[in-house]
Ligand binder design. Structure first.
Ligand SMILES: Cc1ncc(COP(=O)(O)O)c(C=O)c1O
Length: 464
């Protein structure tokens, strides 16, 4: 964004016609958008020719960076071969088939089938509808409720937004709809009680989940949906013992675990999938974003045999499974997915990301000493610093001071695109980032933090 009253020519035209998603529209109308007109590797350029490192990989998605020739060629060839094909009823095409086979081979968990969509939101809507359908099919029509977590982000369609646990996605939309429940956010730094150890914090949260399931009646609770690392909530990494303990409770009450790996899938956390990073045993997995490295939209829901069999069995009585999109498994998206998976494997992208992830996390850890930084957090090639007014107590700045937004603008001036989630500044660079580029990201990020420190000091915003 620009300073008020400095709309660029393209910015002015843009505002005349584009309804911006996720925007604070009144502010946007004053300041205008940052018009990105070109991208190559980990870099993007604005309309004035200024270059930026894309430190957030677009929206946590452009893992192979911009302008990849091989992917351009793949899309071109697939468009010439078969530009459209669908998967409804008895139709199929070999590209979606091959991608489903490949996903079954690379995603751990012994999944049986892959359901394709176009976005993380629709993948999670598919998940939630599938949980209802499955429980109805096996004669448990009461088992419908979905438990998500406060600060979760699962997308914006009706069901996904209902699972999302962030106020802006509910306010004004009359969401969440009924049958969605929210439990605690596992962010120890912000939500532990005075004197509470990380272990005790985790135990309290898991006990709360168990109490919630019991209070609702386990026979009415279908599934628990969770992102292994909560991205849009602020890059929140749970304590080590959180998921093992949570999974024990879920198993005890026959509540299925939907693993939302829309951000964490495909090498982001230092392993191919976060199921490996956190030792997860989910019933189903949502994938999107890095599946095609965002060259075209595509999502996938990994489905186990027992759910597929239940749906197949009931189809004898109910007829068609009435869910699917015109573009489910679109051949050009699927061809890109196949090529992206081939590149990940051929070029050892996940192993490289794991190695560079160590360098990236070491840089973040060094920032723990910065006077503005309350907590650093992350795994692999995703991380963040949370800026606070009082480092000793963790007291946050007044949100009206908009410190995160100020810091984001300074990073932008220094040629780095980050993301401000409140006063948390997130980083999630393309997985193809080099060692030198990781260093450069932190030069620019730290410069932005130092300029923010000068500003908050001048404004008298820091604790005395
Ligand atoms: C964990 C998670 N799930 C779902 C979504 C929604 O994905 P989309 O924007 O493609 O609908 C996102 C988007 O950031 C996400 O981070």
């Amino acid at each position: 964004m620009n300073e008020p009253g400095t709309l660029t020519p393209l910015g002015r035209r843009d505002l005349a016609s584009v309804f911006h998603p996720m925007a604070q529209i009144a502010t946007l109308n004053e300041q205008g958008p940052l018009m990105i007109v070109r991208g190559e590797g980990i870099y993007v350029w604005d309309e004035d020719g200024k270059q930026y490192i894309d430190g957030l990989a677009g929206l946590w998605c452009t893992s192979l960076g911009y302008g990849n020739e091989e992917l351009a060629q793949t899309a071109y060839e697939q468009i010439k071969k078969l530009s459209y094909g669908h998967l409804f009823a008895d139709k199929s095409h070999d590209t979606a088939m091959q991608l489903a086979e490949k996903l079954k081979a690379v995603v751990p968990g012994g999944f049986s089938k892959v359901f394709f969509g176009l976005s993380g939101s629709d993948a999670n809507d598919t998940q939630i509808k599938l949980m209802r359908y499955y429980n109805n099919a096996v004669g448990r029509p009461e088992k419908k409720k979905i438990i998500a977590r406060n600060k979760a982000y699962h997308g914006v369609t009706f069901a996904a937004a209902s699972a999302t646990g962030l106020a802006p996605f509910h306010q004004g939309f009359d969401l969440p709809v009924e049958s969605f429940l929210h439990t605690d956010c596992p962010h120890y730094y912000r939500f532990h009680e005075p004197g509470e150890s990380e272990e005790d914090f985790t135990t309290r949260l898991v006990d709360n989940l168990e109490r919630l399931i019991l209070a609702e009646n386990p026979d009415t609770v279908a599934a628990f949906i969770a992102e292994p690392i909560m991205g849009a909530g602020g890059v929140l990494v749970p304590p080590d013992s959180y998921f093992p303990k949570i999974q024990r409770v879920l198993k005890k009450y026959d509540v299925l675990f939907i693993d939302d790996e829309v951000i964490t899938g495909f090498g982001r956390t230092g392993n191919p999938f976060a199921v490996q990073t956190f030792d997860l045993q989910p019933a189903t997995i949502s994938l999107a974003k890095s599946l095609t490295s965002a060259y075209l939209p595509l999502s996938a829901v990994m489905i186990p045999e027992f759910i597929y069999q239940a749906v197949a069995e009931v189809s004898k009585e109910w007829g068609i499974f009435g869910h699917g999109f015109t573009y489910s498994g679109h051949p050009v998206s699927a061809a890109l997915g196949l090529k992206v998976l081939e590149i990940y494997e051929r070029d050892g992208i996940f192993e490289r990301a794991a190695r560079l992830g160590e360098q990236f996390q070491a840089h973040l850890q060094r920032l723990a000493d910065h006077p503005l930084v309350g907590e650093v957090r992350g795994k692999g090639l995703v991380g963040a610093c949370e800026l606070v007014m009082d480092k000793a107590t963790g007291q946050a700045f007044d949100p009206d001071a908009a410190v995160g937004k100020y810091s984001l603008a300074r990073m932008k001036d220094n040629g780095l695109i980050s993301r401000a989630i409140g006063d948390t500044l997130a980083l999630c660079p393309p997985l193809i980032v080099s060692a030198d580029e990781v260093d450069e990201i932190f030069v620019r990020y730290t410069k932005g933090l130092n300029e923010t420190l000068d500003w908050v000091t001048r404004q008298g915003l820091l604790a005395a």
